[in-house]
Unconditional design. Structure first.
Length: 190
């Protein structure tokens, strides 16, 4: 059973900060829209064979999402946790939310499902750290926010030996903050 290829999506400020006290330190609606669109975007050639994308996240990231957006719609939500169980999500079907005990269990569930198009790793820190160690990561969608914020959670450094930047958007400005959408791709093996 082949494990899925993975994509990471993250927004980080100067110093790679991604969160503070269980929430995002900034409010950027267009950036959130980008997250929503990118993580739902499907490959044309897989529209017939796959149903949707999957998102893998840590328990605290799930908790940080406002209730009205949970579970993230049109995506299979896999929550890594050893304190929550499936019973905590009785009102949702396992088709919407699945609680798994480890990141590798999430990958196995997605492989077994067989109808998942893209798999997105959406944080937080421990999940990103674990994913970044794997050769399964193909793309990193990285929103670079050009400002400093107090943060208590960080994104790991992107290894330039393994990843190259293939796209950088023009500068966006929202709520007096400048940011750009970057895309990194795994370098092909020499
Ligand atoms: N800027 C961004 O793009 C972005 C993206 C995502 C999150 N965030 C921010 O990051 C913060 C949340 O991230 P976080 O790093 O604190 O927490 P997190 O990774 O989302 O959640 C941590 C929890 O997930 C479970 N977990 C994580 N790794 C695991 C592993 N390898 N094996 C088993 N369980 C594991 C554990 O849950 P149990 O304790 O239940 O066992 C752990 O306590 C928030 O501030 C959020 O807003 C920012």
């Amino acid at each position: 059973m082949a494990l899925p290829k993975l994509n990471i999506i993250v927004a980080a400020c100067k110093g790679n900060g991604i969160g503070n006290q269980g929430r995002l330190p900034w409010f950027l609606p267009a950036e959130m829209r980008y997250f929503r669109e990118v993580t739902q975007e499907r490959r044309e050639e897989l529209l017939n064979t796959c149903e949707r994308n999957a998102v893998i996240m840590g328990r605290k990231t799930y908790e940080s999402i406002p209730d009205r957006f949970k579970p993230l719609k049109n995506r299979w939500n896999l929550i890594v946790s050893n304190t929550l169980t499936q019973d905590d999500f009785k009102e949702h079907s396992t088709d919407q939310i699945v609680v798994v005990k480890s990141f590798s269990e999430a990958l196995e569930r997605i492989a077994k499902n067989g109808k998942i198009d893209k798999t997105w790793v959406i944080g937080g820190n421990g999940i990103y750290q674990e994913a970044m160690k794997l050769p399964l990561i193909e793309y990193i969608y990285f929103t670079r926010i050009d400002a400093e914020f107090a943060c208590d959670v960080f994104f790991p450094e992107i290894d330039n030996n393994c990843f190259e930047k293939i796209r950088e958007s023009e500068e966006h400005n929202e709520n007096n903050l400048n940011y750009r959408f970057l895309i990194y791709k795994r370098k092909s093996e020499k």
